[in-house]
Design a protein around this ligand. Structure first.
Ligand SMILES: [Zn+2]
Length: 279
């Protein structure tokens, strides 16, 4: 069957493989379509698309946007977006600036604890050809691991960078509403990423009201129970069930979420999302 993986990250955000290399991997795995969903940037699309054209893999223009609702961080996946649409573009620019400022405040907190990390060092952890650095907590976490302050990225998030960590900072206040309206203006469709990670199923119908198109039912961090529950919820709320591996490559010798191609959906899902975007 023709399969698609609708969630992956590259060196344009916190993945470790270039956009082209992710598409090469997709081709090797026999996927017919892949979405590069970097955090708050569509910068990887052109390279991914070029490689996809050569290898016969459809690359879906996409992005993963950080939003907050009722104190809960919620990631919204956007598909078939026109990244040149001004409102959408402005929102992504704002998101990246907020992340930059957040990084600065996190480093300030760490510095106060005697952990001296510079922004330059953080930016050096992002490989790739982009002149616009788009680093985040994962890159800071990598340094904490390398310095031996924590044993792995999970511990870096538990102790320092995560919502209960001592250097946690939240600046982002973009609501799902704002993100979804911008995505629609850019001709795209919105999908809630990995709902199982939030433990806030009560928020899903609220966001669905705004004009959501899909729900990421299948994700490597979802339990079997999660999948059954979200499949039913998608049906009930008239949302397209989607799937993605949330591939990030290997960092500090560890793979987070899963390898590309291990959480996929039939190609018909891509056609349904496209049809919804064209409406
Ligand atoms: Zn992701």
């Amino acid at each position: 069957m023709m399969r698609a993986d609708l969630h992956s990250h590259t060196t344009m955000s916190d993945g470790t493989m270039s956009p082209g290399a992710v598409v090469e991997l997709a081709a090797e795995l026999g996927l017919v379509a892949v979405a590069v969903t970097d955090h708050d940037t569509t910068e990887g699309y052109l390279e991914a698309h070029e490689v996809g054209e050569k290898l016969g893999v459809e690359v879906i223009p996409a992005v993963e946007m950080s939003t907050v609702l009722d104190g809960q961080a919620i990631d919204i996946l956007a598909y078939f977006v026109d990244s040149n649409q001004p409102t959408f573009r402005q929102l992504l620019d704002r998101q990246r600036n907020t992340r930059k400022e957040r990084n600065r405040l996190v480093l300030e907190k760490l510095n106060q604890m005697g952990i001296d990390i510079t922004m330059q060092e953080v930016e050096s952890k992002q490989e790739g050809t982009s002149d616009q650095k788009n680093v985040g907590r994962v890159h800071i976490g990598q340094i904490l691991v390398e310095r031996g302050l924590v044993s792995d990225l999970n511990e870096a998030f538990d102790k320092y960078l995560g919502v209960d960590g001592v250097a946690f900072v939240r600046l982002n206040n973009t609501t799902p509403n704002e993100a979804i309206l911008a995505i629609k203006e850019a001709g795209g469709v919105a999908v809630i990423a990995h709902p199982g990670l939030y433990h806030r199923d009560d928020l899903i119908p609220v966001i669905a009201e705004i004009g959501l198109t899909g729900l990421e039912v299948h994700h490597p961090d979802h339990t079997e129970e999660d999948k059954v529950r979200y499949e039913a919820l998608a049906e009930e709320l008239n949302l397209i069930p989607t799937a993605g591996s949330d591939y990030h490559g290997v960092r500090n010798g560890q793979m987070h979420h899963a390898i590309l191609g291990t959480c996929t959906t039939p190609y018909s899902t891509v056609e349904r999302l496209r049809a919804a975007a064209n409406k």
